[in-house]
Write a protein that binds this ligand. Structure first.
Ligand code: EPZ
Length: 430
């Protein structure tokens, strides 16, 4: 199994190209199954979760052709299997998007219960409530979510919690329902807007995405389209915090600065300089980092997917910081790993109380999930000495060429397979 070997201490300097948003690509690929015509999708990130979604769509009969590393052609006319349950799709969260897409198009779908990062209980009741409101019969049996409907009819749906997944899923099914659907208390994340824009580019009639209320006028069918996915807000934010923690000077390119406002605001608060241009942001970290408080919230609040990255920065900032996780109840599992590197963090319920220390020291650690894994890597880049990060499969779920992009910014990071390779890396970089 592969690990990252990292020697900390180098400030990250230079430019990094940000890829397409994983959490937009996953539902957009599912939505591409809703038309018989061919769609071309560009800026698809080459990451494990997206590749699992693509191979699953091929398994059920879609034709997928790579035009280049990040552009595909997809035709779903010959989808012939509406029961989605291969071993790989079980492991990803976004499997549930096939439910909304296939239910909308075929009025029938059976999809294995979703997996994904272990960051909390991750209920799906709002997805099911939405499908039922549209007239579907939904049951969970033998590990499958089974949904079917004679007719799907638009409805007025109030989401009890703000859920990215449920908003997108119900929006997809409602696109091909009869009549009007209103989704209230909808999620406003950039990827919700991106999925709505993609569906509209295929002939859907969706208004209000990006606000609390989404209005959908059902259409009878969708047509082909060419679409480019938005840049990944979280990949960009991760590199911005990597610049902050390593005392670096990094420009993240191909981003939408508006999507990064809450991240930029926190970097300014903790003492970084941040310069925005049309499609890039430069982060310069030349002063000691300062403490702050942050609470994760649905967009436009500070993203839960950036919580570990800000925590690792605050753990080496001056003073006491407080981080409150309000979206997922189990998202501080990485704190034990960070403690091995010298951090002083106490977790009480959904709050981390962080007493900043002057430095991290390298250790042998494991990535517990995707974002926490990436955060531990950036902590290691700032640490004294060498760190070995295990379980990097989690990181590869959502970051394309992570170690290569970091190395291009001056990080000392390598993929290793054995303890002997790691020792070689330690000697070589010492
Ligand atoms: C998406 O998960 C993302 N995953 C997550 O990214 C991200 O952390 C999360 O949105 C929040 O932004 C994908 O897009 C594949 P939610 P999702 O439904 O859709 C509760 C990453 O690292 N809830 O917005 O599963 C839920 O328990 C991953 O890329 C219900 O109670 O998140 C949580 O507390 C990790 N009932 C809150 O809502 C429901 O039916 C928000 O969850 C649905 C959700």
């Amino acid at each position: 199994m592969q690990q990252y070997a990292i020697r900390g201490g180098n400030p990250l300097v230079g430019d990094v190209e940000i890829g397409g948003a994983k959490n937009a690509a996953l539902p957009i690929l599912a939505a591409a199954a809703m038309t018989d015509e061919t769609v071309y999708i560009d800026n698809i990130p080459d990451v494990c979760d997206v590749n699992v979604m693509l191979s699953t769509m091929q398994d059920i009969g879609a034709v997928v052709k790579h035009m280049s590393r990040h552009k595909i052609m997809l035709n779903a006319r010959d989808i012939n299997d509406l029961i989605v349950q291969n071993e790989e799709i079980k492991k990803i969260r976004a499997s549930y998007y096939l439910l909304g897409a296939l239910l909308g198009k075929f009025r029938f779908a059976e999809v294995v219960l979703p997996g994904g990062c272990d960051i909390g209980s991750r209920a799906i009741d709002q997805h099911l409530k939405g499908f039922r409101a549209l007239g579907a019969e939904v049951v969970i049996e033998h590990g499958l979510i089974k949904a079917k409907a004679e007719r799907l009819v638009g409805a007025h749906i109030y989401m009890d919690v703000v859920s990215v997944g449920a908003t997108i899923n119900v929006m997809m099914a409602a696109t091909l329902a009869e009549g009007r659907t209103i989704i209230e208390n909808a999620a406003k994340e950039p990827h919700v807007v991106d999925v709505a824009s993609f569906l509209n580019s295929m002939g859907a009639n969706i208004k209000g995405a990006g606000t609390d209320v989404i209005r959908i006028k059902g259409v009878s069918k969708l047509h082909g389209s060419e679409y480019t996915i938005i840049p990944d807000q979280i990949e960009a934010g991760t590199f911005m915090f990597a610049a902050a923690i390593t005392k670096g000077d990094v420009t993240v390119k191909n981003v939408i600065p508006k999507h990064l406002e809450s991240i930029t605001a926190k970097l300014l608060e903790i003492g970084c300089e941040v310069k925005e241009r049309d499609d890039c942001i430069r982060v310069v970290s030349s002063k000691p980092l300062m403490h702050t408080q942050v609470k994760t919230l649905p967009y436009p609040g500070f993203p839960t997917d950036m919580q570990p990255q800000i925590t690792v920065a605050l753990a080496v900032a001056k003073g006491t910081s407080i981080v409150t996780e309000s979206i997922f109840e189990n998202r501080f599992k990485y704190v034990d790993e960070l403690t091995r590197m010298g951090a002083g963090i106490k977790v009480e319920g959904n709050t981390a109380i962080i007493d900043g220390v002057s430095k991290y020291t390298g250790a042998s650690i494991s990535a517990p999930d995707l974002r926490a894994g990436a955060a531990l890597v950036i902590a290691a880049l700032a640490a004294e000495g060498c760190t070995m990060v295990d379980d990097i499969k989690y990181i590869e779920r959502g970051y394309e060429d992570f170690h290569i992009k970091l190395r291009n910014l001056g990080a000392q990071i390598e993929l290793v397979e054995t303890e002997k390779d790691y020792q070689k890396f330690v000697l070589k970089t010492g």
